[in-house]
Design a protein around this ligand. Structure first.
Ligand SMILES: Nc1ncnc2c1ncn2[C@@H]1O[C@H](COP(=O)(O)OS(=O)(=O)O)[C@@H](OP(=O)(O)O)[C@H]1O
Length: 411
């Protein structure tokens, strides 16, 4: 929670920067021209969407696209009551969602980190909601999670400490030699330490049990699309068809990427160990990859190839118009566009072009805007106040209630 508080404090700063740069520019509707490309957007009401934001799978890139879509369309976001995620790693509950803002009749988009509970999520979102998520090869997902959360996930922290004492052994290889000796299943913060994607999907991620097949079937029936990070552009085309988005509305830059120096090359032994430790994620991933290609075939493989080419061409044009430099280390980035860092990895960002009109700048900044900054901005836009910091201790809440009651009745 200390990390969360820091993150939140940081977002307060972003909010003010956003307010100066974006809100006063009046670019909340993105009628922009990016380097001659006509981005005239007509307001359309998309069906409501629930995007399950899994960890370290490319999900921030997808979320950014939804943030832009929602902002363009004036959608109402279901935001967490506290901070930018739904009391993670607790299982999602409807009460974690902030109130419906004045004048709104339903939530249109939910896309912040949560551990899924479908029944609870369905209480929040309208019945015609489109559910989708993204999965990534469990090898890359786990390697990314391990390095990003080496100081946050207790099991990984233990391995990191052990590695500091052992010579010539990386924390990752030490952990994988005997994961059970570092990983305590009862430790609340260890959820992402084993089968992280299954954990995010609300499945039993500790071991296979008899409810797994039925749980998988329910996910298959509920999720209209499970994107695959290794086929990101193909996934986007299918998403575009589902949400009726034009290729230029699907333009993106790869967000939240680590510096290549922080990416561990995996040899065959380590790969086998990651697969065995994350065997449920392997099952999950293989299942949905197969389903993905079935959906792709239904869409038409030739048509898919054509649409991917169209998407890449328009995305390239937009990137060239917006991005001056990619893969920029945090020290060289403005606060506004600097991604959140952890003490174990360097996350790279983007510098936008300097010669843009104000309209273009509004569009391009949003394209490269990291999760926390965009979240804080949209929250402020929706509620006219800042995101709440963190859970308030019950004692403080009770004192507040007492104050309110007393100011009415206590004279
Ligand atoms: N478009 C696309 N295709 C494939 N992979 C992508 C894409 N966008 C982001 N990434 C990679 O996803 C990792 C970040 O994932 P998330 O944004 O889900 O992380 S987070 O949980 O929200 O912190 C991070 O992986 P690592 O660099 O291996 O850490 C990103 O590089």
């Amino acid at each position: 929670s200390r990390e969360m508080t820091f993150r939140w404090l940081a977002t307060q700063f972003w909010r003010y920067r956003m307010a100066v740069l974006l809100l006063t520019l009046g670019v909340t509707s993105l009628d922009s021209h990016v380097n001659g490309y006509n981005m005239q957007m007509t307001r359309k009401i998309s069906p409501p969407v629930a995007f399950l934001k899994t960890h370290k799978t490319g999900s921030s890139t997808v979320q950014n696209l939804l943030f832009r879509m929602g902002e363009r369309e004036g959608a109402t976001f279901a935001f967490p009551y506290y901070t930018y995620q739904f009391s993670y790693p607790d299982k999602f509950r409807a009460e974690f969602v902030d109130e419906l803002p004045d004048g709104a009749s339903q939530f249109d988009i939910i896309c912040s980190h949560m551990r899924l509970d479908l029944g609870q999520l369905k209480q929040v979102m309208p019945p015609n909601t489109i559910y989708f998520t993204i999965l990534r090869d469990p090898l890359q997902t786990f390697e990314s999670i391990f390095s990003y959360y080496a100081s946050t996930i207790p099991a990984f922290t233990l391995a990191k400490k052990a590695a500091e004492a052992a010579e010539n052994k990386s924390a990752l290889s030490l952990f994988l030699e005997s994961p059970e000796s570092y990983w305590d299943p009862k430790e609340h913060g260890n959820g992402l330490g084993k089968n992280p994607m299954s954990f995010d999907l609300g499945l039993n991620s500790q071991q296979w049990n008899s409810s797994w097949p039925a749980d998988l079937t329910l996910l298959e029936e509920t999720f209209q699309l499970v994107m695959i990070a290794e086929h990101f552009d193909e996934s986007l085309v299918l998403l575009g068809a589902l949400l009726k988005l034009q290729p230029e509305e699907l333009a993106y830059v790869r967000l939240n990427a680590r510096s290549t120096q922080d990416v561990t090359q995996l040899d065959d032994k380590i790969k086998a160990r990651i697969r065995s430790w994350n065997n449920l994620d392997v099952v999950l991933y293989d299942f949905f990859v197969q389903l993905f290609w079935e959906k792709a075939e239904q869409y038409g493989l030739k048509r898919l190839k054509m649409e991917v080419a169209r998407l890449r061409a328009s995305t390239e044009r937009i990137r060239q118009g917006c991005v001056a430099r990619e893969g920029v280390p945090p020290g060289e980035l403005e606060d506004l566009v600097r991604p959140w860092q952890t003490d174990t990895v360097t996350i790279l960002g983007y510098q936008v072009q300097g010669n843009l009109t104000q309209q273009e700048l509004g569009f391009c900044v949003r394209l490269v805007l990291p999760e926390l900054q965009y979240h804080a901005h949209l929250y402020f836009q929706q509620y006219g106040r800042d995101m709440r910091a963190t859970f308030r201790p019950l004692r403080l809440l009770l004192e507040e209630v007492k104050d309110v009651v007393c100011s009415c009745n206590c004279q």
